[in-house]
Design a protein around this ligand. Structure first.
Ligand code: FAD
Length: 398
């Protein structure tokens, strides 16, 4: 009898061991472990990561997204009758249309252009853009609620079923115009010529510009409360800013049980009254308006900030383990300066057809002067830009 029980127990143990070993050698599990322990640094040595959902929503790991772009031949042989699928772009080439940016605007534009059978290249560090930094999206039609990561994946999957060249993991650093088009240059040294161009490069977070900000980025300093807030549950944190983003972040952190120090450079708060009232109804928030940050301090990770009152000059050190910087967004337009017309906020000026001041160059989404920066608006503008490109190429017979 004892032998039988021993035999059953060892068999179960063996099956368990084999299953664990199989999972460990599987590529996705390894890459998750790599992401978990290798790439994410927030909080310094003490990792606060609870599970992979946390990891996937963090700003710090968006660059590790894997793309299953296959060579053209492989897709043809696998699918037989369906050769139209996204393929990895060569290091140089000429395209009828080049899209810069892989957020909602760029990916939607890509879907439209590929469906028009226009020879198109999309260049971007990632596919998803700011959506990858969003925890839950509740205002994109078709989904009652969806995580930013999942929505970005939907955009990616939708795009990749079409014949389009993709260069992911690279970015445009310069552009030049020539007759009937131009050339874009990437950070990794590639050059692509285009007949038409769509700029859909979105925005990036504005930096505070104080000592300690760069040093502690990812170790207590963050620009994305939605991504990183849950890591500071119940802790003392600072929110920098006085607009809607800052007050939204403060309210989220308060609901996570945090004690919040809100520091605003200007007197008063600039956010909507409803957000201000909500934050004031919590007992755990202190407002430091008309205050300036002098330094973010810490050892391995943040342990405080030094601020001063802009009227009295009186300084104070606030003990916090997290600093959430919510002071606005800057359009990614450096490479277009001096070529495309920008407004005083460095947004690309477009008309209602997404046309810029240069014929054949279009822009879409958050990078433009179109008001209200939202996913659905960016996606719609991406579609409009694609139809504009199609029209332009047809009329110019390019
Ligand atoms: C935390 C957070 C939460 C949000 N929540 C919501 C929400 O709930 N609902 C909603 O509707 N909106 C929300 N938004 C706003 C929404 O995400 C944006 O309006 C939308 O993503 C804009 O899309 P876009 O394609 O114009 O730009 P982005 O999403 O910014 O995409 C720009 C793309 O361009 C790429 N890029 C940048 N520079 C270069 C370059 N030089 N070369 C090549 N590529 C480049 C980027 O890597 C990125 O792929 C949220 C934003 C944030 C930050």
């Amino acid at each position: 009898m004892a032998d039988v029980i021993f035999c059953i127990v060892t068999t179960i143990f063996r099956i368990f061991l084999i299953t664990v070993m199989k999972r460990l050698v599987a590529k996705d599990i390894n890459s998750e472990i790599f992401q978990l322990f290798g790439n994410y640094k927030l909080g310094g040595e003490k990792s606060k990561v609870k599970n992979m959902k946390d990891v996937k929503n963090m700003a710090g790991v968006i660059d590790t997204v894997e793309f299953d772009i296959k060579p053209e031949e492989e897709i043809k042989s696998e699918t037989g009758t369906k050769p139209k699928a996204a393929i990895d772009a060569p290091d140089s080439g000429s395209y009828d249309a080049v899209i810069i940016g892989g957020g909602p605007a760029g990916t939607t534009c890509g879907v439209y252009l590929a469906r028009k059978m226009i020879n198109t290249l999309l260049i971007s560090p990632d596919l998803g853009g700011q959506v990858l930094r969003t925890s839950e999206v509740e205002n994109y039609p078709g989904f009652k609620t969806i995580s930013g990561w999942e929505l970005a994946n939907e955009f990616k999957e939708n795009l990749m079923q079409y014949r389009i060249h993709l260069r992911i993991g690279d970015r445009i650093v310069a552009m030049e115009l020539s007759e009937n088009g131009g050339i874009v240059q990437t950070e990794m040294g590639s050059e692509y010529s285009f007949k038409s161009l769509v700029v859909a490069t979105g925005t990036r977070s504005r930096l505070l510009g104080v000592p300690g900000e760069k040093k502690f980025y990812g170790r207590g300093v963050t620009y994305c409360e939605t991504c990183d807030g849950p890591l500071f549950k119940g802790e003392r944190v600072a929110v920098i800013g006085g607009g809607n983003s800052a007050l939204t972040a403060a309210n989220d952190l308060l609901s996570l049980g945090c004690t919040v120090q809100l520091i605003n450079f200007l007197p008063g708060l600039q956010a909507d009254a409803v957000l201000v009232e909500k934050s004031k109804s919590h007992g755990n928030i202190t407002f430091h308006t008309n205050h300036q940050i002098d330094e973010i301090v810490g050892n391995m990770s943040v342990n405080g900030i030094i601020i001063h009152d802009r009227d009295s000059g009186k300084t104070a050190k606030l003990d916090v383990s997290g600093v959430f910087i919510e002071i606005g967004l800057i359009p990614n337009t450096t490479f277009a300066e001096g070529i495309l017309e920008l407004n005083d906020q460095k947004e690309i000026m477009i008309d209602c057809f997404c046309r810029t001041n240069i014929p054949g160059i279009f822009a879409a989404g958050d990078v433009t002067n179109v008001p209200n920066k939202q996913i659905i608006i960016a996606a719609g503008e991406g579609a409009k830009a694609a139809l504009g490109v199609n029209d332009y190429l047809l009329k110019k017979k390019l």
